[in-house]
Design a protein around this ligand. Structure first.
Ligand SMILES: Nc1ncnc2c1ncn2[C@@H]1O[C@H](COP(=O)(O)OP(=O)(O)OP(=O)(O)O)[C@@H](O)[C@H]1O
Ligand SMILES: [Mg+2]
Length: 358
C-alpha cells in the first residue's frame, strides 16, 4: 500500500486544457474519489497516476518515490478502465492471468494466485468461460480481478460500474468496498455519480472544467460546500439568490424577494463567502432540512402553494411555489395524508439549515 501525492500537476493537450493545478495527498489505504461532470478531467488525472499520460507540469509520487515519468508497467498500479478493456477472445482465467504472465511468474504460482482472486470476486467456477459469454456484472468483476491479481499498491477504478443496471451497480458497489476494506488497498475511484461517491469514499475531490473545486469527506462537501457548483452538484438543494440586509451577533438577515426575508447564522457560510450588508449571496437549503410549519407566521416561515407532490413510499417530496421561487422539500412518510397540487402549505426553514454558498 502506498500514499499518492500530486504536487501542482497540470495537463494540457496542445492548447486545450485537460486539468489545472491538481494538488492532493491521498493517504495509504484511503478510498479517494474523483467526482465531477463529463469532461472535467477525472480520467486525465487518473491516467497520469497510472502513467498513461505524463503531466505537462508538476510531480507525482507514490510514498517517497517520484513516479512522474515512470512508465505504467513500472508503477505497480492496477487499473480498471472506463470500458473494461478485456480481451474478448480469451477466457476469464486467461484475462486475469495476463498481467502475471507478462511478469514471467511460474505457471503453478499463476494458477494459485488467479484462483484465489477469482474466489475473492466471486467468480470461482468461471475460469473457462469466454468473456463474451459473461453478463456485464461478471465482466466488470473480471476487470477488477485482473487489476487486483498483480497485488498492486494502488487500485485505480475509472467509472467501473457505469455499464451496469441500477441493482447490479449497488451490489457491485458493496463488493468493491468490501474488497478494498479487506485488502486495505489505496483506491482511487472515478465517477460522475454523486450518490456512488458519497456512499463509498473516505474523501472526495470535486472537479469542474479541469479545476479542483473542493476536497473533503462526504459529510464536509455535503454540509459545507465551498461554492454554488459543489452545493448543486452534490445532492439536491434549493439555491436562492438573496441580499444581506443586516448582521446582528451570529444572525445574518437576508432578503430573497420583497415578501421573503430569512435569518441565517454566521456559522453556516463557506469560507469563500463575504457576508456584509448589501452583498449578494447564494443560499443553499437542502430539501430534507425544510419542515412543515404548524402556523403560517413566524421567523423563517414561508407560505406557498404545492406545485408538485411526489409519494415515493419512504418519503413525500413537495415542490412548493413561494412567490417567484420554488422550494423543494422532503419528508419521511409517517402515514399522514399527502397534500395535493394547489393546496396551501406553510414551511419552516430552520436557521442553521440555511447555508451561504457564495
Ligand atoms: N488525448 C486527449 N487529447 C486532447 N484532449 C483530451 C485528451 N484526453 C482528454 N482530453 C480533454 O481533456 C478534458 C478532460 O477529459 P477527461 O477524459 O479527463 O474527462 P472525464 O472527467 O474523464 O469525463 P467523462 O466523465 O466523460 O469520462 C476534456 O475536455 C477532453 O476533451
Ligand atoms: Mg472519463
Amino acid at each position: 500500500m502506498s500514499s499518492v501525492t500530486l504536487d501542482h500537476v497540470h495537463k494540457r493537450f496542445g492548447k486545450a486544457k485537460g486539468v489545472e493545478d491538481v494538488h492532493i495527498h491521498i493517504e495509504s489505504g484511503e478510498f479517494f474519489t474523483f467526482l465531477g461532470p463529463s469532461g472535467c478531467g477525472k480520467t486525465t488525472t487518473l491516467r497520469m497516476i497510472a502513467g498513461f499520460y505524463y503531466p505537462t507540469e508538476g510531480r507525482i509520487s507514490f510514498g517517497s518515490q517520484d513516479v512522474t515519468m515512470l512508465p505504467p508497467n513500472k508503477r505497480n498500479t492496477g487499473m480498471v478502465f472506463q470500458n473494461y478493456a478485456l480481451f474478448p477472445h480469451m477466457t476469464v482465467f486467461e484475462n486475469i492471468a495476463f498481467g502475471l504472465q507478462v511478469r514471467k511468474m511460474a505457471k503453478a504460482d499463476i494458477k494459485e494466485r488467479v484462483e484465489r482472486i477469482m474466489k475473492l470476486v466471486r467468480l470461482d467456477g468461471y475460469g473457462e468461460r469466454r468473456i463474451d459469454q459473461l453478463s456485464g456484472g461478471q465482466q466488470q468483476r473480471v476487470a477488477l480481478a485482473r487489476a487486483l491479481v498483480i497485488e498492486p499498491q494502488i487500485l485505480l477504478l475509472d467509472e467501473p460500474l457505469s455499464n451496469l443496471d441500477a441493482k447490479l451497480r449497488e451490489e457491485t458497489r458493496y463488493e468493491i468496498k468490501r474488497l478494498q476494506m479487506e485488502l486495505g488497498i489505496t483506491t482511487i475511484y472515478v465517477t460522475h455519480d454523486q450518490a456512488e461517491a458519497m456512499s463509498m469514499s473516505d474523501r472526495i475531490m470535486v472537479m469542474n472544467s479541469g479545476v479542483v473545486q473542493q476536497i473533503g469527506t462526504p459529510h464536509e462537501i455535503y454540509h459545507r460546500p465551498v461554492n454554488r457548483f459543489v452545493a448543486s452538484f452534490i445532492g439536491e438543494t434549493n439555491l436562492w439568490e438573496a441580499t444581506v440586509t443586516g448582521i446582528e451577533g451570529q444572525n445574518v438577515y437576508v432578503q430573497v424577494t420583497p415578501d421573503i426575508s430569512l435569518c441565517g447564522s454566521l456559522q453556516q457560510a463557506s469560507p469563500q463567502v463575504r457576508l456584509a450588508v448589501g452583498e449578494k449571496v447564494a443560499l443553499s437549503i437542502r430539501p430534507e432540512a425544510v419542515r412543515e410549519s404548524a402556523g403560517a407566521d413566524g421567523e423563517n416561515v414561508v407560505r406557498g402553494t404545492v406545485a408538485l407532490a411526489e409519494f415515493t413510499g419512504a418519503c413525500v417530496n413537495y415542490v412548493t411555489s413561494v412567490g417567484p421561487h420554488q422550494l423543494r422539500s422532503m419528508f419521511i412518510n409517517e402515514g399522514s395524508a399527502v397534500k395535493q397540487p394547489g393546496e396551501a402549505i406553510s414551511l419552516h426553514i430552520p436557521k442553521n439549515s440555511i447555508y451561504f454558498a457564495g
